[in-house]
Design a protein around this ligand. Structure first.
Ligand SMILES: Nc1ncnc2c1ncn2[C@@H]1O[C@H](COP(=O)(O)OP(=O)(O)OP(=O)(O)O)[C@@H](O)[C@H]1O
Ligand SMILES: [Mg+2]
Length: 227
């Protein structure tokens, strides 16, 4: 693993093109995250926090720069190998939740388990355990489109946890939650980073949530600063 870092990013840039011109969102991002760390990423709306998280989650390719995840030079992998790497290592909480509509909470959580090849008989207990972590076991057979905003967010967190990933990338995972559920989720993240070789990155606008992290970074004008 590169210097023991789980995530190692250097001179990362992302410039979007939208037909009219180019939008340089990330200009220079250097970031190393070690096992046991829970890192908050803050910054104004539109500063590129989700863009950075998408790159870290291998959903988006940067314009330049290098990225090692768990020691692997992941930008050199083809898309299939990246998807496989993500499936094995990463739990991603989308800012928009991105639940499967017309499916139950159970099915939303079962999907990543099927994808990871987890035995059918093992799945119910894993799903229930993940839902218990977000206080949502009573909604297990609920249709995902009948959930409240905060419940959807908690399902999105449970879905990211269900595969016991090495790296959790969570984009404003508490944005729609009350204080006690926000802290419940941060408690679980704190538990997870105590385990060997795991790390969590949390994008947040909430200083209280950032204060629960072991380190805080801020994006401003495309540059990532510590603190
Ligand atoms: N696919 C895209 N094409 C062009 N521009 C984009 C694209 N995706 C994002 N942007 C622009 O890049 C900038 C950064 O977007 P991003 O979603 O990363 O911001 P953010 O920091 O997550 O904001 P928020 O706090 O509102 O979620 C924004 O100005 C956005 O309009
Ligand atoms: Mg965002």
């Amino acid at each position: 693993m590169a210097n023991g870092a789980l995530i190692s990013v250097s001179n990362l840039a992302k410039i979007y093109a939208n037909g009219v011109g180019t939008i340089p969102v990330l200009q220079k991002v250097n970031l190393k995250i070690f096992p046991g760390e829970m890192v908050a990423v803050m910054g104004p709306s539109g500063s590129g926090k989700s863009t950075l998280l998408f790159i870290l989650g291998l959903f988006l390719h940067p314009t330049r720069g290098s990225y090692h995840l768990a020691g692997e030079d992941v930008l050199k992998l083809d898309r299939t190998a990246q998807a496989e790497f993500r499936r094995r290592r990463v739990g991603f909480v989308f800012q928009s939740c991105d639940l499967l509509e017309n499916s139950t909470v159970y099915e939303n959580l079962e999907f990543p388990l099927i994808y990871a090849g987890v035995d059918r008989r093992e799945r119910p207990a894993r799903i229930l355990a993940a839902l218990e972590q977000v206080n949502l076991e009573h909604r297990i057979h609920h249709a995902s489109n009948h959930l409240s905003g905060g419940e959807r967010q908690r399902v999105a967190v449970a879905r990211a946890l269900v595969n016991q990933p090495q790296v959790i990338l969570a984009d404003e995972p508490t944005g729609q939650l009350d204080r006690s559920h926000s802290h419940l989720i941060m408690d679980h993240f704190a538990e997870i980073v105590k385990k060997a070789e795991t790390a969590v990155v949390v994008v947040t606008h909430d200083p209280e949530i950032a204060g629960r992290c072991t380190r805080v970074c801020s994006l401003d004008d495309g540059i990532l600063y510590e603190g």
